[in-house]
Structures are given as C-alpha cells and as structure tokens.
Design a protein around this ligand. Sequence first.
Ligand code: NAG
Ligand code: NAG
Ligand code: NAG
Ligand code: NAG
Ligand code: NAG
Ligand code: NAG
Ligand code: NAG
Ligand code: NAG
Ligand code: NAG
Length: 476
Amino acid sequence: MSLFSLFLITILSTLANNAQAETHTWYFEVTYVDANPDGRFNRTVVGFNNTWPLPTLEVDKGDRGIKIPPHFHGLFQNGSNQMDGPEMVTQCTIVPGQTMLYNFSVGNQVGAYWYHSHTKGQYGDGIRAAFIIHDSDFPYDYDEETVITVSEWYHDDSATLDRSFLNLYNPIEAEPIPQNLLFNDTRNDSWVFEPGKTYLAHIINIGAFVSQYLYIENHTMTVIAVDGIYVQPSEYYVDSIDDFLDDFYLQPLKEEEIYDDYDFETTVDVVMDNLGDGINYAFFNNITYVKPKVPTLITANFEDKSDLIAFNGSNHGGWPEYPMRRDTIYVRPQSYFVIRFRADNPGVWYFHCHIEWHLSQGLALTIIEAPLEIQKNENQQLTENYASICEAAGISLVGNAASNSEDFLDLSDEDVQPKPLPGGFTARGIVALVFSCVTGVLGIFMISVYGLSDIKNIEEKASSTGEGTNPKGNLS
Ligand SMILES: *[C@@H]1O[C@H](CO)[C@@H](O)[C@H](O)[C@H]1NC(C)=O
Ligand SMILES: *[C@@H]1O[C@H](CO)[C@@H](O)[C@H](O)[C@H]1NC(C)=O
Ligand SMILES: *[C@@H]1O[C@H](CO)[C@@H](O)[C@H](O)[C@H]1NC(C)=O
Ligand SMILES: *[C@@H]1O[C@H](CO)[C@@H](O)[C@H](O)[C@H]1NC(C)=O
Ligand SMILES: *[C@@H]1O[C@H](CO)[C@@H](O)[C@H](O)[C@H]1NC(C)=O
Ligand SMILES: *[C@@H]1O[C@H](CO)[C@@H](O)[C@H](O)[C@H]1NC(C)=O
Ligand SMILES: *[C@@H]1O[C@H](CO)[C@@H](O)[C@H](O)[C@H]1NC(C)=O
Ligand SMILES: *[C@@H]1O[C@H](CO)[C@@H](O)[C@H](O)[C@H]1NC(C)=O
Ligand SMILES: *[C@@H]1O[C@H](CO)[C@@H](O)[C@H](O)[C@H]1NC(C)=O
C-alpha cells in the first residue's frame, strides 16, 4: 500500500575545501511494510520502497544532499530553511501521491546525524535512520567504522498509542511503555571485533522516547564527537544509573569562545497541565503548540511591516570559556539550561522536546528569525515543488497562522489550544454533587433504620443454626 511518495534528492554543486563536492540523489517511495524487529511481534511499519529498516544515507563533507520525509536532525540548514522539514513550520504536509524534493548542501558539516518524519508520531513507526557526513580531515586515528542506532519499539502503531495517550482517561499523561529496546533496529545484531583494532562507532539514538545507557564490558569507549562537533577525547564510563558522562561538559576540539554578551534574553518555562477537554498538555510559557493553518515560513515570507518588540534582559553568572555546542540538550528533572546562539541564519526554526510523546502534548515553539531578511533573500523564495506540495494538501500559499491573507493581524480563525479547566464547580458538577449527597444520606438512613430494627423470633433463628454457633456472631 502506498502511503505517500517522497523523495529525496541531492544535488551537487559547490566546491568545498578544494575537494570536488558531489551531488547525491535518492528517490524513495514511502510505503507500509510488515516487520518484526524484536522477534516478538509482526506489525506494520513505515518503510521506503517496501523495505525496512531505512537505509543509512552517507555523503562527504561539502556534498549537496537530500532528504527524506522531513527533517534532517541537527543539520544546519544554512540559508535552506524550507528544506528543514517540520510539517506546518517550514513546509506543507506531504499528502499521498506527492513528491517532495529536498535539495540542500551539507556545507562544512561533518559527523553523525539522522533523518526522521516530523509528522505525528510517524517516526516511532519506523521512518527514521542514520545520516552520516564523512570528513576527509578526520582528526583521530581509527581502523574501522560502523553505525549503531538504538531505539525503543512498540507493538502498537503511533496513531493508536497517541489516541490512548492524549486521552481524558489518561489525565496524568503516563507515556506509553515500549515493549522492547532495539540495537540497530533488531534484537539480534552482532558486531565482530578484531583484537587490537580501534573502532569508530557513530552512535545515534533514533528513538522517540527512551534514553539508553551503552557500554561494552571490559572495553574503553572514548567520546570524540557529539552532534557533529569534535570534542577533546573523554573516556566514556558508565558506573551506575546516575554516573554517566554528561555531554554538556565536553569541550569542543576547536575552541570557540563563548559568544559576546547577548542582545536579547528570553526565558522558556515548561509546564504540563490539563485543559478543559481533560487531556494533559505540555506548555512552553503557558502555551501549548497548535499547528498554524499556513506554514510559519510562508507567513514569515509574507509582506508585512509590523514591528517586533524584543525582550530586554540582563544579569548572568559564570559561563564556560569554551562552551559545548549542541543541537539537542538533556534537561535534568527540575532543572533548566541556558543556551546562547547567534541569530545569523534567517528562517523559521522548530524548538521542541525530542521525547515524541511530549511533542504530541504540544511541547514546541517556533523561533522566527529575521522575517524581513527571509523576504529579501531570493534563495529563500518558495520553489515550485514546495508550492505544489501545499496545493495538493489544500494549504494556502499566503496568509498568517489563521490562513488570513487580508488582515495579517487578524488571528480570529486560528486553531487554538482547548480552553482551560473550569476554575470551580460547573452547573453539571453542582447537580451531580447534590444528587450524590442526597443518595449518600438516604443510603446511611436506610442502613440505620434496618440496623436498629428488631429482629423477630431471634431465639428461634439462632437455635436453628445449630450448636456451638454464637448467636451474636462473635469470632470467639
Ligand atoms: C525506490 O523505488 C523507486 C520506484 O520503484 C525507484 O525509482 C528508486 O530508484 C528506488 N530507490 C532506491 C534508492 O532504490
Ligand atoms: C505479518 O502480518 C501480516 C498481516 O498483518 C501478514 O500478511 C504477513 O504474512 C505477516 N508476516 C509474517 C512474516 O508473519
Ligand atoms: C552560512 O552561509 C553563509 C553564506 O553562504 C556563510 O557566509 C556562513 O559562513 C555559513 N555559516 C556557517 C555556520 O557555515
Ligand atoms: C538544487 O539546488 C541547486 C542550487 O540551488 C540547483 O542548481 C539545482 O538545479 C537544484 N536541483 C533540482 C533538482 O531542482
Ligand atoms: C539471530 O541471527 C542469527 C544469524 O545472524 C540466526 O542464526 C538466528 O536464528 C537469529 N536469532 C533470532 C532469534 O532471530
Ligand atoms: C548497524 O546497521 C548499519 C546500517 O544497516 C550497518 O551499516 C552497521 O554495520 C551495523 N552495525 C553493527 C555494529 O552491526
Ligand atoms: C570482564 O572482566 C572481569 C574481571 O576481569 C571478568 O570477570 C569478566 O569475565 C570479563 N567479562 C568479559 C565479557 O570478558
Ligand atoms: C503562566 O501562568 C501562571 C499562572 O497563571 C503565571 O503565574 C505565570 O506568570 C505564567 N507564565 C508565563 C511565562 O506567562
Ligand atoms: C534594557 O533595560 C535596561 C535597564 O532596565 C535599560 O537601561 C536599557 O536601556 C534597556 N535596553 C533597551 C535596548 O531597551
């Protein structure tokens, strides 16, 4: 059964680092496939060209690459925002039968990335895999390299899990527990080593929910890169559940001083709470993410002269001299992190929790960077292919989040989050409470009347139960 066709493409062109950059072109059709990766359960997954797992895509530094369904995770889409992937943030939904062309250059980026769908919980259904950019100037010695993915696995599909997760009957929003954990999309992988050799492993968690610990008994692992950034070698040692290498303290190999004092500061608070439909949502600054009717990138590209008002902050403690550079950050419970980024890539960027269930709950926000620059940049103008994907999905190519192209500031028709839970008792609640009280009082009254009434012929009844029975019913 054909789900939707999608494509990828890569093209080439540019010269990077004096090496001839190559263009890679891949074309895939997204299809449903049966698979049983944990050996326990045969289920339908989302694959490419009737196969699953999806292929690891490999390119070299400087190559022009492509992409698949949405989202090349962690990749810096430098001036190619519309190739970033998240549905209704930078592009329209790809409906069945449509072909989306992702055409971008990887530039100077190197290392281990991954690609995945950013639509609903689809990547939990299998549409995710590794994307590796090889570096001809790799700074460390090794003998052989491999790719290892870890993930969790559910026997139900994401749509079914999402329905029971975002549900009135799951008010504390307990995330679905996976049936299994996978190593390289299976439970039956073997990695053959030769003594004395050094192996380079690109380790990627392509899961939707679970964090995993990874170690090799009696062997040393040294972390030398994270999120495509080379770091000072750091021995990777897992001793206990709390004692693991915290990547936040890794120092990049190429020392890059912390950015100058910032111009704007903004604080993002995370809260989870129930709204009026009884479902538990996740909020950034009290707002749960609701998809706009027009992709935000289109809206940002729309002629508009409204002034943006920036937040004015101040005051900070000690910062690291050469801070870690990351795409994804582990946030400890009851904790926070402070990041600093240079706003030098105009576009619409999706800031979100990467626990896919929390994303379903709305833990996302969009950063709209320099919309007037987006509008000015000819390379950012939407391609014909982009427009045809939107037309096929019935999505307007102009307009704000409410799909209003007449009055940019009129958001009255916008899709919004459900209303909050009522603050006190509703009329229905009061009626229910009154009837419950009346029923309760009547019940106690009936029990009292029955309990206090005389029992007729008590002696006859007691003797008829036989000798040795205590008529008072004591357990003596
Ligand atoms: C996927 O299938 C399509 C249609 O059959 C084919 O044109 C394409 O080359 C296939 N892709 C790969 C990477 O094999
Ligand atoms: C998996 O289940 C599908 C039906 O859901 C069936 O058609 C297919 O033959 C099964 N595959 C295996 C390997 O059992
Ligand atoms: C992004 O591209 C611009 C223009 O091509 C270039 O000047 C800049 O250095 C690039 N940024 C990064 C981080 O590669
Ligand atoms: C991909 O982008 C490059 C650079 O903009 C362009 O030259 C090339 O024609 C594009 N490829 C396709 C298939 O549109
Ligand atoms: C695991 O893989 C080996 C060979 O690669 C095969 O012989 C064995 O049957 C597999 N075990 C399971 C449980 O699939
Ligand atoms: C894991 O899977 C990838 C992609 O299929 C493969 O290239 C790699 O060799 C595997 N790694 C191990 C350790 O089996
Ligand atoms: C690891 O080392 C310990 C202590 O030397 C030994 O008991 C254990 O068997 C080793 N494990 C493996 C898998 O070699
Ligand atoms: C969120 O709502 C709470 C309670 O209404 C309020 O105290 C808090 O200031 C709000 N936070 C933000 C960031 O708006
Ligand atoms: C930011 O706030 C400080 C102190 O409140 C004020 O002195 C400064 O002028 C403000 N900066 C801007 C750009 O508004």
